[in-house]
Design a protein around this ligand. Sequence first.
Ligand code: PRP
Length: 210
Amino acid sequence: MDDFINIALPKGRLGETAASLLEKAGFGCPQALQNSRKLIFENPERGVRCFWVKPSDVAIYVERGAADLGVCGSDILAEQKPDVYELLDLGIGRCRMAVAAKNGFRDRPDRVLRVATKFVAIASDHFRRKGRQTDIIKLNGSIELAPILGLSDVIVDIVETGTTLRENDLSVIETITEISARLICNKASEKFKADRIRTLKDALHGITER
Ligand code: PRP
């Protein structure tokens, strides 16, 4: 787009942690962390521009080059399979993707398993690998309601503290994968802005915990 390094950050808690990491690494954008409706912030000295996007839109901005870099959960990468490079595990936004059901749920392997989830690709891939026939039901939120109301047998969803499951009498049956936030990069930017992207990546690498 121009001579800045454009970074798509996910709106919300993860994005705020990522913005603080950028700041610590010396590539922060002043005011980006002040609550306002403004969406784009610049740090002309470091040649960095940050903008807030919906978490599930980060990868598309990066894939299409509207952003050079982005911060994106590995759950979203596994779900959307965008054509981008993954540069770094930032070690933030840690949680897991799990299969959960009502406490005491007994699986009937002879029956098609009804699975409610926001993550259709992750759930389909997981049960395909296990050779299990499923009926995947796509929901957009409050997934935990589905088994309670009999809409599904199980759910595939993100578990962070486990509180949502516990408070709704559900429990994890199986962990599919651990999740954390990744620094992703547009494929052309990785070539044409190589030096600056490497400097930023190394600075982040120096301060992230793994
Ligand atoms: C996510 C996820 C669980 C919850 C897990 O929901 O879908 O509902 O967080 O966190 P916990 O293990 O710490 O309780 P989110 O807040 O993203 O809302 P959603 O209902 O739109 O999925």
